[in-house]
Design a protein around this ligand. Sequence first.
Ligand SMILES: O=C(O)c1cc(=O)[nH]c(=O)n1[C@@H]1O[C@H](COP(=O)(O)O)[C@@H](O)[C@H]1O
Length: 231
Amino acid sequence: MNKTIVALDFSTREEVMEFLKGFQEPIYVKIGMELTYACGLDIVKDVRALGHHIFLDLKLHDIPNTVKGGMKNLAKLDVDIVNLHCAGGIEMMKAAIQGLEEGAVNGKRPLCIGVTQLTSTSKEAMNEELGIPGEVLDCVIKYAKNAKEAGLDGVVCSVHEARAIHEACGKDFLTVTPGIRLSDDSKDDQKRVATPAFAKEEGCDHIVVGRSITKSANPQQTYFDIEEMMK
Ligand SMILES: O=C(O)c1cc(=O)[nH]c(=O)n1[C@@H]1O[C@H](COP(=O)(O)O)[C@@H](O)[C@H]1O
């Protein structure tokens, strides 16, 4: 299975198709809000038709009943992974799983992972703006345990928390880690960043990589170089 999930943060179908043209074998891609809000959910079907694995990143966060209904409809798209914000709480996460089970295609629901603290959030912002005291790690572990209790399959976290999450929630509990930067890349809006090599060392199950690949001079080569680093 591909370790790298490429964030297709494009605003047109043409850019997506142009990017994917460079890949003969299926890869793992992430379709998020930028692309979905531009192209609608039809883009999911188009990318699936090319054989690629899909993490549909719409980060649901609402009352339990609304999330349940939303997840039921997302499950029908037969994607591999969907996500939500753990901050919605255990009842919301349980409702999400119920919705996914109700919408499951051929009895198989998508994996569901919870965003703990966004990799763009620093300790200072979490303490002062979000009003959550303490270390980011403690909050992330708490949210991961909640996600596990609710029946989720894993979490989105930074590389720096993945090892502790596996220790707290078991090694089969997925850690999907964005905030990946190659050593000479700019951090942009990310705060808790790490290299692919460090992600491998920390045992991350998947890394999510956007701009380091999509904005590189040779995106396909950069992708294969990163996959190689993760082996
Ligand atoms: O859920 C996500 O995928 C996500 C969670 C998170 O905490 N941080 C984060 O960056 N992401 C996503 O991962 C991708 C990172 O993009 P780059 O910073 O360009 O590599 C973006 O598509 C984000 O939406």
